[in-house]
Design a protein around this ligand. Structure first.
Ligand code: ZN
Length: 131
């Protein structure tokens, strides 16, 4: 698949923003897309069963290097997405990205620039970004 730049994606989203041009529509559709993304993960656990969640308090042992600690922290997820659940989650994540790009377009923000700034922020924080 050819690489798509964030700018190309944002331009395309902007062209498709006809029916939901109002910032109120975009804000509420973004919230809905995020909720549907979470629902897709939950359904892979509760309806399909390809994923399982077993959560408990994270244990942070002392005198462990940050890189070792990174390996010890659990996502609480086991299993792998089956093809159907993968497709459903990808669709919902795509919709979420659509509305992020739409919000950027409406407010004259640059999606790509935001990604670069966040990337730089993460690089600066490094492993200390454990919140
Ligand atoms: Zn599944």
């Amino acid at each position: 698949m050819a690489e798509l730049s964030c700018n190309e994606f944002q331009e395309m989203v902007s062209e498709y923003l006809i029916r939901h041009r109002s910032v109120l529509d975009v804000m509420s559709k973004f919230q809905e897309a995020a909720a549907r993304t979470n629902r897709a993960v939950a359904k892979s656990v509760t309806c399909c069963g390809c994923l399982e969640i077993s959560a408990q308090k994270q244990k942070f042992p002392e005198n462990v290097s940050l890189s070792d600690l990174k390996r010890m922290i659990d996502s609480h997820v086991t299993g792998e997405l089956c093809p159907d659940c993968r497709e459903a989650l990808e669709t919902e994540l795509g919709q979420t990205l659509f509305y992020i790009a739409a919000l950027c377009a409406i407010t004259n923000l640059d999606f790509s620039e935001i990604m670069v700034k966040e990337h730089d922020r993460l690089r600066m924080l490094g492993l200390f970004n454990l919140t």
